[in-house]
Design a protein around this ligand. Sequence first.
Ligand code: NAP
Length: 350
Amino acid sequence: MTQNKNFRTADPLGIQRVVKPKGVLPQQAETIDASLPIAEDELLIEVESLNIDSASFHQISEACGKDVARMEKHILDLVANRGKHHNPVTGSGGMLIGKVVQVGPHFPVKEKPVREGDRIATLVSLSLTPLQIRKIKKINPNIDRVDIEGHAILFASGIFAKLPEDMPETVALAVLDVAGAPAQTRQLVQPGQTVVVVGGGGKSGILCLYEAKKKAGVRTVAIDYSQSAIDRLAQLPFVDEVIQADARNAVEVMEKVWAATKGHMGDVVINVANIPETEMSCVLSCAPKGIVYFFSMATSFTRAALGAEGVGADVDLRIGNGYTEGHADLALDLIRESEELRQIFTEQYV
Ligand code: NAP
């Protein structure tokens, strides 16, 4: 990669990179400018892999008829047009891993220590990260990962994690993408509660189930669709009940959760499904005054809010923030402490 030693002026939020419409933040923008040189306070990253947000990857895969060649063109066009991997249908992005190749002289290294040559994962969404792809090397359709050659830029306000040396980088990438989910599970779940995880067989689902079960007396219920996910969940000692159901079928899910919890339902219901129209199965699976936590990027605010009102469900609807203080270390530590998690993530994501 050619590097220009001249820098743009410092701009911690990356506003000067917004092309269209002017005056908005990079995440809201339709198009941003990912060209070099970097600004005085930016980081330049040579990217190796993108972990596309699961809801976004699923949508792209469906739109391209699951054809990898069409997906490749779709992703290249998307990034060429927008200057970022920001799926206009789901609104979501993902994150990336790569090597830092240039540190702007005013990047805040005191608060965020980093050097050229460090290997990092970005913890801000690809939906606001300037990105240019020179070449797609491989699409890994089962794990939402796209290996590329290209560069990305991190603003001074952006956050990142140095890649750990005690696990494969692709495992760390998969875990860090969803690190907010187990971190917020730790805050939401209280001892003795029943926790229902919809889409529980996926990355964030398994991490949430494990984290929830660490609290004394918690009962965990996992709901998933495919037989492979059900088989995986059935072997996990931290999952008490496994339910096979389509989360788009709210009544079926409610009845099965009723049976599994003897009518108690979930004190906390966590939605980590990667498809749309799963809001109401979560609302109907939640006990009165309980919490429904929507981490899924396919969540519709309207469907959740009007749906809950429509069935008279007095439940607390929460939006899943991708960031919680300390979330990266917390999620990586779960992989370190659990043999089962380490095995599942290593088998699937290396
Ligand atoms: P994942 O590994 O793909 O897991 C999604 C799970 O949902 C899979 O086990 C999938 O099962 C299951 N599922 C799909 N269709 C279903 C259905 N009809 N009924 C029941 N279960 C179904 O995804 P992830 O990486 O954990 O991400 C989970 C969600 O979090 C996604 O929506 C993602 O976009 C979102 N996310 C949010 C943030 C945030 O900041 N809030 C950050 C990252 C990701 P199958 O194997 O059967 O398909």
